[in-house]
Design a protein. Structure first.
Length: 202
């Protein structure tokens, strides 16, 4: 089962939370609402997402060995709240979130919101945000749709590119996230009912 893409529009996920707060650089709130109403699963396959996928295990293995942890990827669904959380690692009372970027992602509020949702879903108290800076020429293919194999990526690992931030559970933030999610699903259900009534009348 693909825990990221399967039934994607049946649950709100961690990567959607920045959009609910209006701080996503990739998706507007209106686009997200329309995507869920139309049940469209977005194509996440770009050279950036593929690089992150290919590097994830290397980064997690490095972190586990260096600090003596045993983080493993976990997925959990809260059906009544329609929330699905895919975390890069859970170990005891901790969460691991891995992000690859260009090293210039100085405002981490989008990461922070996503992590707070995971801390809530998995009932944990602390998370480790591990950021890894991509090399400048990390991709040698023409496009991710054509050249998606690992051979087109520079997957070498350099410890100097790792930056770690500890993030504590924030109950006030979690409450705001859950409120946003509740409002989102109310809007989705309203829009769906409206369209059904319109179709019946016309």
């Amino acid at each position: 089962m693909d825990t990221v893409r399967d039934n994607r529009t049946s649950y709100i996920g961690g990567s959607d939370i920045p959009t609910l707060f209006g701080i996503s650089k990739f998706t507007t709130y209106e686009d997200l609402v329309n995507r869920y109403i139309d049940k469209i699963t977005p194509n996440y396959q770009t050279e950036y997402t593929l690089y992150g996928t290919y590097m994830e295990d290397k980064i997690r293995t490095y972190f586990n060995k260096k600090y003596g942890y045993r983080f493993k990827p976990k997925c959990k669904i809260l059906k009544r709240k329609k929330i699905r959380a895919n975390t890069d690692g859970k170990y005891k009372d901790f969460i691991l979130e891995i992000k690859t970027n260009n090293g210039k992602h100085t405002n981490n509020m989008d990461y922070y919101l996503q992590i707070q949702l995971y801390l809530y879903v998995f009932n944990c108290t602390k998370a480790y945000l591990v950021e890894y800076t991509r090399p400048k020429n990390f991709y040698l293919g023409a496009s991710a749709e054509v050249h998606s194999e690992q051979k087109y990526f520079d997957l070498s690992f350099d410890e100097k590119n790792v930056h770690i931030t500890e993030i504590q559970r924030n109950e006030e933030c979690i409450t705001k996230i859950l409120e946003k999610i509740k409002i989102f699903w109310k809007e989705i259900n309203y829009e769906i009912r409206w369209w059904k009534c319109w179709i019946i009348k016309n």
